[in-house]
Design a protein around this ligand. Structure first.
Ligand SMILES: [Fe+2]
Length: 386
């Protein structure tokens, strides 16, 4: 019988060294454009054309992405995933939020004051400030398909904007939420199966809001490191930081590119040594329906505000039904539980109706904003216990 706990005081780094010497066989990534420094690169235009041509390619592409995150190098980039003009529009809105919040004292977990501008819960703030723009931005196909590829439906998006100013320093290498946000002592209290599970509960992602040449400090990545068994316990291991410094890779990104990586991949934001590039990215952390997201998001308020805009965009033919579904998936709660089963019983199935299903039905039947709002409130009321 194997011992099911990991020792955080004695870590053998040899397996990590072996892992980071591995290299991806091109046969494993048939839909990719290139493999650059072990990062798998895709072209959004090409993927869209391949899916349009043959719908079954979508599942094949999703399966390939899943392989990249789990068994491959752990990181991929989809070039041109977002329309650049739309990204600019969203950047303007984010800058407006940054200006509005300036002066309010807040902390950042990795940066010194003034080195960056951070918008926590940027998803809800964008939905509240500019619901029409929000709907068009989150109608994105590549993002929705990637989330689904890692965690299946009913995923929960949260977003934080980070704009790193020239002079902003690199982060220390780390893994991300859940266990990545614990000390090695805390993480070592979880059995080894939870170390493996943690990587499957979230997906890390960044949408480049500006062109990011290497001097502006795009994310430093250690491909293949997500497969190291003791990766959540390395915070106090200087030799591991040394390995990271020697072997990490860094890829320039263009505005609209989508970077997606396993939360178990060792990574760190780079130093911005450019003269004048404010490196703005929308950092998305996508959570499984089965996990707790890091941020509180008021999906009831967002759904109420975004619904009339989605209806307009649908009626004007500006968004396809597929794009509408992606925006709904980003906005409303897609999982039925937890709920109050006294008041919200699972009639006609195993689970009561969830917020996403309600929103999709409303859009399908063209409910007025008032009717949707009433039904949404009634739905929320049924789930309460008091
Ligand atoms: Fe991180």
């Amino acid at each position: 019988m194997s011992f099911n706990y990991l020792n955080h005081e004695q870590i053998d780094l040899e397996p990590l060294k072996a892992l980071i010497c591995s290299s991806v066989a091109p046969d494993n990534v048939a839909f990719a454009e290139a493999i650059s420094s072990q990062v798998v690169i895709y072209s959004a235009d090409k993927l869209r054309a391949q899916i349009q041509q043959e719908r079954s390619n979508l599942r094949k592409i999703q399966s390939e992405w899943h392989w990249v995150w789990q068994d491959g190098p752990g990181v991929l980039v989809i070039k041109g995933a977002f329309d650049q003009a739309l990204v600019d529009e969203a950047s303007e809105a984010f800058r407006e939020i940054i200006e509005r919040e300036r002066g309010i004292s807040r902390g950042d977990h990795f940066a010194k004051p003034g080195a960056n501008d951070r918008v926590w819960n940027a998803q809800e703030k964008l939905a509240l400030l500019a619901p029409n723009l929000y709907a068009r931005y989150y109608a994105n196909d590549m993002l929705a398909w990637a989330c689904e590829a890692w965690m299946g439906p009913a995923y929960q998006i949260t977003s934080q904007v980070n704009s790193v100013n020239p002079g902003g320093e690199a982060q220390v290498p780390h893994r991300d939420y859940h266990l990545g946000f614990m000390t090695p002592e805390q993480a070592s209290q979880y059995p080894v199966s939870v170390h493996r599970l943690s990587a499957h509960l979230t997906l890390q992602s960044a949408i480049a809001h500006v062109d990011m040449p290497v001097e502006s400090g795009p994310t430093l990545l250690l491909p293949h490191s997500q497969k190291f068994s003791h990766g959540y316990l390395l915070a106090n291991t200087p030799e591991a930081h040394e390995i990271f410094a020697q072997h990490r890779v860094q890829l320039p990104l263009e505005k609209g590119d989508l970077l997606l990586f396993s939360p178990a991949l060792l990574h760190a934001a780079g130093s911005n040594v450019s003269r004048d590039i404010k490196r703005m990215a929308n950092l998305l952390q996508i959570s499984s329906a089965f996990g707790r997201a890091m941020e509180t998001v008021d999906r009831l308020a967002m759904s109420g505000l975004v619904y009339p805009e989605l209806l307009k965009l649908k009626q004007a033919g500006a968004l396809s039904s597929q794009q509408i579904a992606h925006a709904v998936a980003a906005t409303a709660e897609g999982y039925a539980f937890p709920t109050n089963l006294d008041r919200d019983p699972p009639i006609g199935g195993l689970a009561p109706k969830n917020q996403q299903a309600l929103m999709l039905a409303a859009l399908e039947q063209g409910w007025s904003a008032e009717k949707f709002s009433e039904e949404l409130d009634a739905h929320a009321e049924r789930r309460r216990t008091n």
